[in-house]
Design a protein around this ligand. Structure first.
Ligand SMILES: *[C@@H]1O[C@H](CO)[C@@H](O)[C@H](O)[C@H]1NC(C)=O
Ligand SMILES: *[C@@H]1O[C@H](CO)[C@@H](O)[C@H](O)[C@H]1NC(C)=O
Ligand SMILES: *[C@@H]1O[C@H](CO)[C@@H](O)[C@H](O)[C@H]1NC(C)=O
Ligand SMILES: *[C@@H]1O[C@H](CO)[C@@H](O)[C@H](O)[C@H]1NC(C)=O
Length: 360
C-alpha cells in the first residue's frame, strides 16, 4: 500500500515497457482476427491451441500463489535487459543521480538510507545499482525503474563480508559504474547505504569543483578547516572516505575515476592486505593532485563514524550542524544496526511507510 502510494503512477520507463507488452500483443491480435473470418480450419486449430494453453495453465489456475509467482517471474525477466543508460535517463532529475551499490543482504540498510533521503525529498534521483538479481527484482517490483544491474551479477555468498575477496570484487566495480555515468553526462552522488541523511547535502556542494568528498580521519578539526585535500597520513596517503563522493561530468572527475580503476587493478586483493576500494581512491587522489579540482566537505556536516559515534563532546559542540552520518568504524550487520538503533538513526522499522520501497 505505502509502496504503491510512493510510486509515480504515469512515468514508467516507457520505451522499455513498450517492448514487453502492448506492442507485441497488438501484433498478435490483428492477424488472428482476419484469419478467423476466412477459414474454419484455422478456427479449429485456434480452439485446439487454446485448449493446450488452458491445459498448460491449469495447474497454476488452481493455485493463485503459483500464478502470481509466474507473472512476477515474467516481469522480473524484463529487467535483465534494463541498462545503465536506460536507468540513468529515467531516474535523473536536474541531470543528477544519487547512486548506491547493494547486494540483497544490505536491503534493510538500503531502506533505512532511502527513508532519510525521502525526508529531504531527493529520493526520485536515487538509482540502486543492484549487485545481484534478487535485489534488482525486489527494488523494481516495488519502485519500477529505480534499480539496474550491470552484468555480471556477483555471486551472492560472501559478497558482503568485509575484507573478503567477494567484498573487494563488490567495491572494485564502483568506479567503473561512476565513470560510465559521468561519460553519459550526469552529475552523480555516490553513497554507501550505511549512511543516514539528517538534512539535504546538495546545498553543501559549493562552487564548481570536479569532485566533493569527506575525510575518514577521526581527529577533530577546526570548524573552518580548509577544503583542500588534507596532507597524507601515516601510510603515505590520505584517508578520504570512498563512502560519499559527488562528481560532476568533467574531464577532471573522469580522470580521477580512471586512475582509481587503475589503482584497484595494480593493487589487487590479497588475503594479507584485506583490501577494500578506499586506499585505491586515496592513491588516485594523490596521483591526480593538481589535475583534479577537489573539495573536502566540512567535518562538522560530514563527520566520519569514528568521530560521530565516539566523541560525545564533539557531537554536543557541533549540534545542529550534522548533515550525513556514516555508520563506519564498526564491522558487521548486527553491530551497525544496533548502533543506529541506539542513536535513533534506525528508521527502517518504524518509518518503513516513508520509503518508496515500503516495508521490505
Ligand atoms: C539544478 O542544478 C543546478 C546546478 O547544479 C542547481 O543550481 C539547482 O539548484 C538545481 N535545481 C534543483 C531543483 O535541484
Ligand atoms: C573476484 O574476482 C576475481 C577476479 O575477477 C575472481 O577470480 C574471483 O572468483 C572473484 N571472487 C569472488 C568471491 O567473487
Ligand atoms: C602523494 O603521496 C606522496 C607519498 O606519500 C607524498 O609525499 C605526497 O605529498 C602526496 N601528494 C599529495 C598531493 O598528497
Ligand atoms: C573530542 O572532542 C572534543 C571537542 O571537540 C575535543 O576537544 C577532543 O580532543 C576530542 N577527543 C578525542 C579523543 O578526539
Amino acid at each position: 500500500m505505502s509502496a504503491f502510494l510512493h510510486q509515480r503512477p504515469l512515468h514508467t520507463p516507457s520505451s522499455y515497457l513498450d517492448d514487453l507488452s502492448p506492442r507485441s500483443r497488438q501484433n498478435y491480435q490483428k492477424p488472428t482476427s482476419s484469419l478467423l473470418s476466412r477459414s474454419p480450419a484455422v478456427l479449429v486449430l485456434l480452439l485446439l491451441s487454446l485448449l493446450i494453453v488452458a491445459g498448460v495453465l491449469f495447474p497454476y489456475i488452481q493455485s493463485p500463489g503459483s500464478l502470481l509467482s509466474l507473472s512476477s517471474r515474467s516481469s522480473d525477466s524484463k529487467w535483465r535487459g534494463y541498462t545503465l543508460p536506460d536507468a540513468a535517463a529515467y531516474v535523473a532529475r536536474n541531470n543528477t543521480l544519487i547512486v548506491c551499490a547493494v547486494s540483497e543482504a544490505y536491503l534493510p540498510f538500503l531502506n533505512n538510507w532511502l527513508i532519510s533521503i525521502s525526508r529531504q525529498k531527493q529520493q526520485e534521483k536515487v538509482l540502486v545499482i543492484a549487485e545481484d538479481y534478487a535485489t534488482l527484482y525486489k527494488v523494481n517490483e516495488r519502485w519500477p525503474g529505480h534499480a539496474v544491474l550491470v552484468p555480471p551479477a556477483l555471486e551472492a555468498a560472501a559478497a558482503h563480508k568485509f575484507g573478503s575477496q567477494g567484498f573487494f570484487n563488490f567495491t572494485a566495480r564502483r568506479p567503473r559504474h561512476l565513470l560510465q555515468i559521468l561519460e553519459l553526462g550526469y552529475n552523480v552522488m555516490y553513497n554507501d547505504v550505511d549512511m543516514v541523511w539528517l538534512s539535504d547535502p546538495f546545498p553543501y556542494l559549493k562552487g564548481e569543483h570536479d569532485v566533493y568528498f569527506m575525510d575518514d580521519m577521526a581527529f577533530v578539526k577546526p570548524l573552518d578547516h580548509s577544503h583542500e585535500l588534507p596532507p597524507p597520513g601515516k601510510k603515505g596517503r590520505t584517508y578520504i572516505c570512498s563512502c560519499f563522493i559527488y562528481l560532476r561530468p568533467t574531464s577532471g572527475a573522469k580522470l580521477l575515476m580512471k586512475k582509481w580503476i587503475e589503482e584497484l587493478q595494480d593493487q589487487p586483493w590479497s588475503r594479507a592486505k584485506k583490501a577494500n576500494d578506499q586506499p585505491g581512491f586515496n592513491w588516485a587522489l594523490n596521483k591526480t593532485a593538481g589535475q583534479v579540482d577537489v573539495y573536502l566537505l566540512p567535518q562538522k556536516a560530514f563527520p566520519t563514524g569514528g568521530l560521530y559515534f565516539k566523541n560525545k563532546t564533539w557531537v554536543q559542540e557541533t549540534k545542529g550542524m550534522h548533515v550525513v552520518i556514516h555508520n563506519n568504524y564498526i564491522i558487521g550487520f548486527e553491530k551497525k544496526t544496533k548502533r543506529f538503533k541506539d542513536y535513533g538513526l534506525w528508521l527502517a522499522d518504524d518509518y518503513a511507510s516513508e520509503s518508496p520501497l515500503g516495508r521490505l
